[in-house]
Every structure is written in C-alpha cells, then in structure tokens.
Design a protein. Structure first.
Ligand SMILES: Cc1cc2nc3c(=O)[nH]c(=O)nc-3n(C[C@H](O)[C@H](O)[C@H](O)COP(=O)(O)O)c2cc1C
Length: 377
C-alpha cells in the first residue's frame, strides 16, 4: 500500500486516501449561489478517486468576495445548493471541505477572464455583476498602479467584530450543508493574510504592529469558528507560509502562528505562499514543499503540501520523507480529474476498487490491452 493511498484520520473524519483537491475559484456563481457548474466541476474529482475535495474560496460576506462570481455562505439560501454537492461527494466516498474566505482589499476585482474587458450593461444583468468598495486592515491598495484594486476602507473595531461573526455564521451554515471540514483562508494576500503581513497591516491598535497583534484577528476567528464547528470535525487553515518578501511575513512567523493555531484546535495547515505585490517567487516543481515541512517540523501539526506537485512518485516521496501529510492538487486536478485513480495504479494498485462502480469497466479494457494491473513485466 502506498503512503498516498493509505487512509488518514483527523478527529472523527477518515479520508480514504491522502489526495486532496485544493480550493479553486470558479467565478461562476450568481449572488454567491452554487449551481450545476460547481456540482460537475467538484463531482468529477469524487468520481476520480480523491480523498477530500475543498470547495473554492467562499465569501463569508458579500463584500468579502474576490469577484461578483464567487460562492458565498452569508445567507441561508446558499446552504441547499452546497448541500447537493456535499451529498454527491459523500455518495462517492469523498470527504467535503469548504474554504471560508474574505478577500479584504483584494475584493471586487474582475473575474480572471474578464480582466480589461468591460462588460456591456446586458452582460452585467445576466451575470449578476456587482462592484463595491472593499475593506481591509488599513486604507492601502493592494497595487496602486493597477486600477482593478481599489483603495479599501480601514476596518474599525465594529467592522472587525462583524468579520469574526461572519466567519462563525458561515461555519454554522457549512455544518448545515453537511461539510466534513472547513478551511479558514488566511493566505494569498486576502483579508486574514493582510492582517498578518506588515506589507498590508499598518494599524496602530491591538490588531497591528507586533507579530502578536497582527496574528490576533486570525486567532480570534479561529477560536470563534472552533467553538461552533463540531468537536468531531477537523478544522483546517490555509496560510501563506511566506510572503517571499524581505519586509513581509516569514516562514518562522508561520511556525509560531501554527503552534498557536494548533493550541486552538486546528488539525492541519494547508501550506501555500505569496499573495502580495513585489513578492519574489520562483514557481518550480514542489517549491512550497519546504514550507510544509518547516511548519510540520516546527509546530508538530499535520500539513498539506500544494503547488506544482503533479509527479506521482514525487508526491509519494513527499509523504514518505515526512515533508507533509496530504497532497493537494489544483491545476493538476483540472488537467486530470482522474489523477487519483491513475496515481493509485502507478503506485502499484492492482484492484479497481477506487474507480466508482459505474466506471470500473475500465478494468476490462486494461485486461484486453495489457495495461496497469494486467501489464506484463
Ligand atoms: C483556477 C484556480 C482557482 C484558485 N482558487 C483558489 C481559491 O479559491 N482559494 C485558494 O486558497 N487558492 C486558490 N487557488 C490556488 C490553488 O488552490 C493552489 O494553491 C495553486 O494553484 C497551486 O497548486 P497547483 O500547482 O496544483 O495548481 C486557485 C488556483 C487556480 C488554478
């Protein structure tokens, strides 16, 4: 049995294997509501054998969306279409996670395929276009030279309290939708990451200045979410472990933070990086794996490795070398939604039980063609 296809248990949740689909914004929702696109997009990863599928960054408030096309969980009507997706994943033995998010100053930006292409009024009506002024720790734009990023309004004490309440309310709705885990999004230069990083946090109150103060909001959100999230269900946090910026948040900061998150009942850290202007990133194969290892070793907490991990033997080695506990794929899963079933055979599986019964006739094709379990040495 490979490490990648061994089961993993976090609290009372046992994953059938250690393959995870990372959250991926689809910019395909209207008023934050999941629809058939999200069902098919996410459902195919369950058919493809993944252990856990994490639903995209989902706005805890309407103003916390990256774009008007993001999913949301700021009102009860948004629960049912997500529950339909959760049911599908569960019916195919895949656990369901959802990333709860607030984009902060990176909110209200164009969807990626509409950057620089203005919508007509008719298109705006059809897609539910909305535009609003974002909020952030400080009134500093993400990139003053890019008109897509507005100067945000700095949050006051009441605004910060509302953010915490919104994460809690969204977590309660995620539980009602049946999710097995929630992931708090504190990465990629979005709101909680903006509070952590001195690049975006210029506050002089108890939420800014020292590292302890900059960590305060994420720790308060985590504590409040953990209090309402069922004790038997795991809680995840995604961090930008490093800003890749000399004046920014560093890996050592993440180790300290991860220890505190663990003490609050976080079960695993999803280890990403970057998200601020001026970062110096070298995106090569496995480039974020050392970050997952640093957090895993430094805070004695389970980690998820992510970022250019597509090679199957390489993914297996990350686990067997003790660099991370889970392998998360985003683009690799888009490229091959059956990546997990394929990887299982590559790592030696000779049975077809990871294929859903509707697809296991692949085995008869493989027998006839002498593939996978039927290949001759
Ligand atoms: C289409 C797309 C949408 C993404 N949306 C999110 C998101 O909603 N939340 C998030 O934390 N990361 C998001 N990411 C980043 C991925 O989760 C992942 O960390 C990154 O793509 C690196 O993994 P990969 O090399 O396997 O693609 C997105 C990436 C892609 C390609």
């Amino acid at each position: 049995m490979s490490a990648l296809f061994s089961t993993a248990t976090l609290r009372d949740l046992t994953l059938r294997n250690r393959t995870v689909v990372a959250p991926m914004c689809q910019y395909s929702a209207k008023d934050g509501m999941a629809n058939d696109w999200h069902l098919v997009h996410l459902g195919r990863f369950a058919i493809g054998g993944f252990g856990l599928v994490i639903v995209e960054a989902t706005g805890v408030t309407a103003e916390g969306r990256i774009s008007y096309g993001d999913l949301g969980l700021w009102k009860d009507e948004q629960i049912a279409p997500l529950a339909r997706i959760v049911n599908f994943l569960h019916n195919h033995d895949t656990a369901a996670g959802i990333q709860l998010a607030h984009a902060g100053r990176k909110a209200s930006t164009p969807v990626s395929w509409h950057k620089g292409v203005p919508h007509t009024e008719a298109e705006k009506a059809a897609i539910g276009y909305e535009h609003w002024t974002p909020v952030a720790p400080s009134a500093v734009a993400h990139n003053p030279n890019d008109p897509d990023f507005q100067t945000p309004t700095a949050l006051d004490a009441a605004g910060i309290a509302n953010i915490i309440d919104a994460f809690v309310a969204a977590a309660v709705r995620a539980e009602k939708a049946g999710f097995d885990t929630v992931e708090i999004h504190a990465a990629h230069g979005y709101l909680l990451n903006q509070f952590l990083s001195p690049l975006a946090n210029k506050r002089t109150d108890e939420y800014g200045g020292s590292r302890e103060n900059r960590m305060r909001l994420l720790l308060e959100v985590t504590k409040a979410v953990r209090a309402v999230w069922p004790a038997e269900k795991p809680l995840l946090v995604r961090l930008s472990v490093s800003d890749w910026h000399a004046d920014g948040w560093q890996t050592e900061d993440s180790v300290v933070l991860a220890r505190e998150l663990k003490a609050l009942g976080v079960d695993a850290i999803d280890c990403s990086s970057g998200g601020f202007d001026g970062a110096s990133i070298n995106p090569v194969v496995n480039y974020q794996v050392p970050l997952a290892k640093a957090v895993r070793d430094g805070a004695a907490i389970a980690t998820m490795a992510v970022g250019l991990l597509g090679d199957i033997e390489g993914a297996e080695a990350i686990l067997t070398n003790g660099e991370a506990d889970f392998i998360c794929l985003a683009r690799g899963a888009l490229d091959d939604p059956n990546w997990a079933v394929h990887a299982n055979h590559e790592l030696g599986a000779t049975d077809y039980t990871l294929w859903p019964k509707q697809t296991d006739r692949v085995s008869s094709r493989d027998r006839s063609l002498g593939l996978r379990a039927f290949s001759k040495p």
